[in-house]
Design a protein around this ligand. Structure first.
Ligand SMILES: [Zn+2]
Ligand SMILES: [Zn+2]
Length: 249
């Protein structure tokens, strides 16, 4: 797992290069800075109780009021005024949370990511032979990661919640299991050489992969945000993202 420190540094570096994505990267860096002490706090107390996260809500709500969108800030005013409401949101998101309002899911994921990362760091993960969802927490992947290993390289999927990576076949759609190469087009953009869109013409989903053989300094969770131009392109071509990133994109 990459450290919060390295994610924050990578976001600052990419914001200088990908200026159109800079506001997103700066907001992400704020969130990663917020998550860092949560992770280390849980780690030092060996805390595994979800309720330990509730105390972080007031500071998160303030951070979002200062640097987030009106939509997110208004959600907190309307839904996150009480500790009971906050815990209810966390529990619902931890149980799956597909039905949650995107704004609610955002708040929950900011807090659940360091929690899930801490739990995953203690667990013995049997990542070999895993399926399309995370072998540790069952969340969907937020990105693919390509590494050069022998002939043609290999693909890992990166969990959107606990940051576990597990190996996954290159020519296989994590959305529907399609394995016909002709139905799984790959799209790239010359200006974003280390990222690509892995699409599926059967279920019309896509996932971006970050190619570490093209940029060894890439931090997939951050580079995935920096390459938002590819999301716009994919969505214009009627592919739906398999899983959104922390920013809901
Ligand atoms: Zn996971
Ligand atoms: Zn598919």
């Amino acid at each position: 797992m990459t450290t919060h420190e390295s994610r924050i540094a990578r976001a600052a570096q990419l914001a200088l290069v990908h200026t159109s994505a800079a506001p997103l990267l700066n907001f992400y860096a704020e969130l990663a800075r917020f998550q860092k002490p949560i992770f280390s706090g849980l780690q030092s107390k060996r805390e595994t109780d979800l309720r330990a996260l509730v105390c972080y809500f007031p500071a998160l709500i303030q951070l979002v009021a200062r640097t987030g969108t009106d939509l997110l800030a208004n959600f907190a005013v309307e839904n996150l005024a009480s500790a009971d409401g906050q815990l209810e949101l966390l529990s619902a998101a931890w149980e799956g949370g597909d039905a949650l309002d995107p704004a609610g899911r955002f708040y929950a994921r900011v807090l659940l990511q360091p929690y899930a990362e801490y739990l995953a760091s203690r667990g013995d993960i049997q990542a070999a032979g895993a399926g399309a969802t995370c072998p540790f927490c069952n969340a969907r992947p937020v990105a693919g990661v390509l590494r050069g290993e022998g002939d043609g390289g290999k693909r890992w999927l990166l969990c959107s919640l606990c940051s576990t990576e597990w190996q996954y076949r290159r020519v296989l759609c994590p959305g529907c299991g399609e394995e016909n190469k002709d139905k799984l087009p790959i799209y790239t953009a010359a200006e974003l050489p280390a990222a690509r869109v892995d699409a599926c013409d059967t279920c019309h989903t896509y996932l971006k992969s970050i190619d570490l053989t093209k940029d060894g300094h890439a931090i997939p969770v951050v580079d995935e945000i920096a390459t938002v131009a590819l999301n716009i392109w994919a969505e214009d071509h009627d592919y739906a993202k398999l899983e959104t990133n922390l920013l809901g994109m």
